[in-house]
Every structure is written in structure tokens, then in C-alpha cells.
Write a protein that binds this ligand. Structure first.
Ligand SMILES: [Cu+2]
Length: 316
């Protein structure tokens, strides 16, 4: 009986039916004892029926005990081998589950760092208020997350013409606030026609939207109805009533001529693109980049985009 129980546990340890230290210990103890008892019992019964035992069975009984001990020793060796196999299997299993746990924890941490893309609106104004008194963008840094829809309203009321231009890497995009009669700083002449700079720059040669003064391969099409600029706007005389109200992102440059020579004008263009690629990209004014009229678009990497490529615009 002991041998049967020992063999059952021994088998269980090998096939991992009864894993655990208790089962292994039981197999280690029960199998050799049971085997020895079984062998000894069989030999003893055999010796009782033999005639030689009655006259002098002492030597026969002694050799049977030694044989039983030998069987027990062999069984112990086999049991130790099974113990080693079982420990090794358990160690491997623990190692694999540890790696899996760390991997899932890292994935969860990365996913928690990601953010769902949103629409971000930036009003970029012309200014000349720094120490040089030269033309600048205000603000001159745009920071968004990868996947965000970036709405740009580029405003100026200067006598010089200006552009907001991204021509770096993935972001080919321009709002051309050049109005007929404004001064072209580069040619020292007046702009002959709105959105034109006398062929000096190819601002409308790539991916033109088909809509006046706004262009670029990164330009998003106008949705119908047009999406509104996230931040309300006013001060445009043609808008009635002249109160703060939502302005559509219509891929248009709006020009209101009041008195250009005196600087009384209002020019603003509105358009949008999606920040599909992380990195740092320069935007600049075609006319005044050498004077320092440039800034930087900072697109922060977004782990959300690794699993939501369509939402982030990273698939075509
Ligand atoms: Cu400029």
C-alpha cells in the first residue's frame, strides 16, 4: 500500500498533477519505504514456504533484508531525481510569470502616460515689443501632444505683410496674411495683390487648399459645417454684432482695410493641422525670418498613439 501511494505521488510530481513541496516530500519518503516493505514482504512469504528456512533460515532472512535495503536506496535515488526535476520546473514557471508581470506593469504605466488627442487653439499675434523692436511672433512657442488637432489663428495689424509658415518635415502649412498695399520688407515694395508676394516665395505651390491664402500638405480640409475655433474672437468690424463670438476654422484669411498706410488694418487667417509626428519644428514669417520672426512648434510624444494610430493621424 505504501508503495502504491508513493508511486502515485511520484507520478503526480512528474506530471505536475500534485505540485508542491508536501507531495514531493511524501513521494521521497513513501516510495522507498513502500518499495522496501513490499519487497521484504514478498521475500519473507517466499522464505516461509521454503523448507530450508525451517532448518536454518537466518542467512536467507539476512540477505532478504539487504536486498530490500538495496531496493529502497534505488527508490530514494529515483525520488531525488524526481524532486530535482520538480524543483527545476517550478523555478522556470516562477521566472516566466515574473517577466510577464513586469511586462504588463510597464505597459500599464506607458498607457497611463498617454493622453487622448484633443483640439488645441493658438492665437499667434504679430508683435515688436522685445528689446530689438523687431517683428516677432507672440507667443513664439506652440506646445501640443502628438495627435492633437492644432488650430492656428494668425493675426496682425501691421503695415508690413506677414506669414505664419511651417515648412519643416511633416508640417507643410501656411497662413499668408499678405494684403494688397502692405509693405514687402524683402523687396521694399508694396504687395501688389492679396496673398501674393510677387513670386518671391512659393507659399502656394504645395498642397494648396483651394481656398484663398491658406495652403500646405498638412492643412486639414474644412469640415461642413466648419469647426469653430475653440477660443472666441471679436474686434473684426465686419462681424456683426461686434461682440465676442465663435469664429469658424474656414481656411480663409480675412482682410479688413481701414487705413493700411497708417497701420489701421485687421488681418487674420484661421486654419488647422494635426500634429501627427513628435518633435520640434520651426515656424517663421517669410518676410522677417532673418530679423528674428520665428518660433517653435513642440509636439510631445504620446504613448496613446502607439495603440490608436487612426485617432492620432499616423496612418494614411
Ligand atoms: Cu513678418
Amino acid at each position: 500500500m505504501l508503495a502504491l501511494v508513493g508511486m502515485f505521488l511520484f507520478y503526480g510530481v512528474f506530471v505536475n498533477v500534485t505540485p508542491g513541496f508536501i507531495a514531493m516530500l511524501s513521494a521521497l519518503i513513501l516510495l522507498p519505504i513502500g518499495s522496501g516493505v513490499l519487497f521484504f514482504g514478498a521475500a519473507y512469504r517466499g522464505s516461509l514456504s521454503a523448507p530450508s528456512v525451517a532448518s536454518g533460515g537466518g542467512t536467507t532472512s539476512s540477505s532478504t533484508v539487504w536486498a530490500a535495503l538495496a531496493v529502497a536506496v534505488v527508490a530514494i535515488l529515483i525520488a531525488l531525481a524526481s524532486l530535482s526535476v520538480a524543483f527545476q520546473a517550478q523555478s522556470t514557471a516562477n521566472s516566466n510569470s515574473g517577466v510577464s508581470a513586469v511586462s504588463s506593469s510597464l505597459n500599464a504605466a506607458l498607457a497611463s502616460l498617454g493622453v487622448q488627442p484633443k483640439t488645441v487653439a493658438y492665437k499667434i499675434d504679430w508683435c515688436n515689443t522685445d528689446n530689438t523692436g523687431q517683428d516677432r511672433f507672440c507667443p513664439n512657442q506652440i506646445v501640443v501632444n502628438q495627435g492633437d488637432i492644432v488650430q492656428i489663428m494668425f493675426i496682425h495689424n501691421d503695415t508690413d505683410a506677414h506669414t505664419f509658415t511651417l515648412a519643416t518635415g511633416y508640417y507643410n502649412f501656411q497662413i499668408n496674411d499678405s494684403m494688397a498695399g502692405m509693405h514687402n520688407f524683402v523687396t521694399n515694395a508694396n504687395i501688389p495683390g492679396s496673398c501674393s508676394n510677387s513670386g518671391t516665395f512659393a507659399q502656394e505651390s504645395a498642397g494648396v487648399s483651394g481656398v484663398y491664402c491658406v495652403s500646405g500638405t498638412a492643412l486639414m480640409p474644412v469640415t461642413s459645417p466648419a469647426t469653430n475655433f475653440v477660443v472666441a474672437q471679436n474686434g473684426v468690424p465686419t462681424i456683426s454684432p461686434p461682440s465676442i463670438q465663435d469664429v469658424p476654422v474656414d481656411n480663409l484669411v480675412h482682410m479688413i482695410l481701414l487705413n493700411t498706410s497708417a497701420g489701421y488694418s485687421e488681418v487674420y487667417g484661421v486654419a488647422a493641422f494635426q500634429a501627427t509626428q513628435p518633435g520640434i519644428y520651426e515656424f517663421f514669417c517669410h518676410y522677417h525670418v532673418s530679423n528674428g520672426m520665428f518660433g517653435y512648434l513642440v509636439v510631445l510624444p504620446n504613448p496613446y498613439c502607439t495603440s490608436h494610430a487612426t485617432a492620432c493621424g499616423t496612418t494614411s
